[in-house]
Design a protein around this ligand. Sequence first.
Ligand code: ADP
Length: 341
Amino acid sequence: MKRFLSLRTLSLIVIAYMLIAFTWWSVLLYTKNRDAFVAKAEYMKIVMIAKEQVKDNVEFNETEAYQELAKKYKRQEWMIMGEALVFIISLIIGVWLINRGYNKEIESANQQRNFLLSITHELKSPLSSIRLILETFQKRMLQPAQIQQLSKSGLQETDRLNTLVNDLLLAAKIETTYHPASEPIPLTDTLHDLIARLRIKFPEAEFTVHCDPQDIFIQGDRLGITSTLINLLENAVKYSPKPAKISASIKIVQDNTVIEIADQGLGIPDSEKKKVFDKFYRVGSEDTRQTKGTGLGLFIVKEIVKAHQGSIMIMDNKPKGSKFKIVLPESSRFEEELMEI
Ligand code: ADP
């Protein structure tokens, strides 16, 4: 990071020097050109007066030779100004490009650092919990209720680890060989099932579901679409203060399938709305953040939606929170009648 900053300062100093030097040379050239013109004109005038071709300044200014000289001078003046302008514009574009490159480098270095910190935490913490549980089983004679309780936490930690590994594998696959399957998916039923599972997993959260019509089918990758819905719903819970209030809806708008997941949580600032879809990107810094995660979820969601020729956008929910809206094209609709054949 420090290296980037010092490199950046150094290049800015060099660029500033180039700019000042070039401006100075341009001004010098401009004045020298004017001096040369004045001297040439003066010489020409003296010669013409000596040869009695002209009597005074007014007559000299009207001579063809002087007009030609003045025209040439003006041309050179424009040339100097034009070249200075082109150089300054190119320099500004260059500085802007270099600056953008540096910012991208710094951002990606930050993302890598955040990812390493979060992945280490995400992998290590369930592993140490499971280890602790197993050590407790080994060392102590436990009551059946305690065994139940500890086994339940152990299983939850295993699930967490499993989700993380699946996300990592899915993210890697998406970048290389992911082609969505084309199978019929009962979308509304899938959403209802997921919400039923999440009501058990997050008993304090309040979910409302609205589907119109009741049975909507699409054609696509069942695993991918399910993973998309889980990611959005779990994020909605994760980034909301308790009790989280989540609403999910699926409707048909102009033959497109529109899925909306809205929460009343922290919300996402406008400046972050695009970035949260980047791989490993998490809002804020890993040192201060309270929530667990890897920054892979929304990357996976965006890629899966894209692979289904759909689009995803984030809007502000009212009165607060965020709303994720997925639009799947008409081509991905699957008619129910076909499903029953
Ligand atoms: P993760 O949740 O593992 O950090 P995601 O890719 O799912 O990764 O999300 C990226 C970032 O987007 C999150 O770290 C969080 O800052 C922000 N985010 C995602 N969903 C929401 C939401 N519903 N409300 C507020 N912020 C969100």
